[in-house]
Design a protein around this ligand. Structure first.
Ligand SMILES: [Zn+2]
Length: 258
């Protein structure tokens, strides 16, 4: 399968040199287009106050450029928004689920726990990070892991309507149903690790980090122990060298793959 790496949401948080991106995937399958995450969409660009709370706008400083939206990049490649049949989300944070309403024919796949966390927020913080407006009119299909495996990780396989080389890999911690999405491209296996980590140095040896991103990871985590143990497991997976591992927000990883 041909996989395109897109940036669907540049952000310029203070004290992060080079800023961050919203790394999304556009996959061409025999049966239509598939997106992994949607970054910020046309609704965020035209009316940010509707879905991005004031604090996040100040902390993330999103660029909100209409040319970066997934729908604009799909159209630029000669496709129609209706050609996108499936969207897999690493999680439902507003900088990952922003473009859902731009794709009326798509079924959106997430883990059960993630939709539950967004639909029944347990705190004001959760209410802010999962804005309800982003999910209005969206068709969801939820999934539960049933003990299948992928490179030593638990995985949800055989997703209805999707090629067998597209899997959900639960990486719980950042949110309750946070997941990676694994895709076997023409160049081998990829793992989009979402917000399991924020900076490439976290999964390198020796590890390194940017202070502001380390703080962001801590402030936005939901289950700390699981998040940290998944960073270790991703580091091991990356060290094996047979899977291309990358996160949602690192611009250097995106430049390497895009
Ligand atoms: Zn994020």
């Amino acid at each position: 399968m041909k996989v395109h790496h897109l940036n669907c949401g540049s952000m310029r948080p203070p004290l992060v040199p080079g800023g961050i991106v919203a790394h999304c995937l556009l996959i061409e399958t025999d049966d239509g287009l598939v997106l992994v995450d949607t970054g910020f969409g046309t609704h965020e660009v035209t009316d940010p106050a509707q879905t991005i709370d004031g604090l996040s706008r100040r902390l993330l400083r999103p660029l909100l450029d209409i040319n970066e939206t997934a729908v604009s990049q799909v159209e630029k490649r000669g496709y129609a928004p209706g050609d996108v049949r499936h969207i897999l989300l690493t999680h439902l944070d507003m900088d990952h689920a922003g473009g859902l309403r731009d794709f009326p024919n798509a079924t959106v796949h997430v883990l059960d726990e993630e939709l539950e966390a967004a639909t029944n927020p347990r705190s004001t913080k959760d209410k802010m990070r999962f804005p309800k407006a982003q999910r209005e009119g969206v068709t969801f299909q939820t999934h539960t892991a049933t003990g299948e495996e992928w490179f030593g990780f638990e995985a949800v396989k055989n997703l209805p309507g999707l090629p067998e080389d597209v899997l959900i890999v639960p990486l719980i911690g950042h949110t309750r149903g946070h997941s990676g999405i694994a895709v076997r491209s023409t160049n081998g296996w990829l793992l989009h690790a979402g917000d399991a980590y924020f900076y490439r140095g976290e999964v390198e040896t020796p590890p390194s980090n940017i202070f502001a991103l380390k703080m962001t990871a801590r402030q936005t985590e939901t289950i700390r122990a699981q998040r940290l143990s998944n960073v270790e497991r991703l580091k091991e997976l990356k060290a094996r060298g047979d899977v291309e591992v990358f996160c949602a927000h690192d611009p250097v990883e995106l430049a390497r793959l895009g």
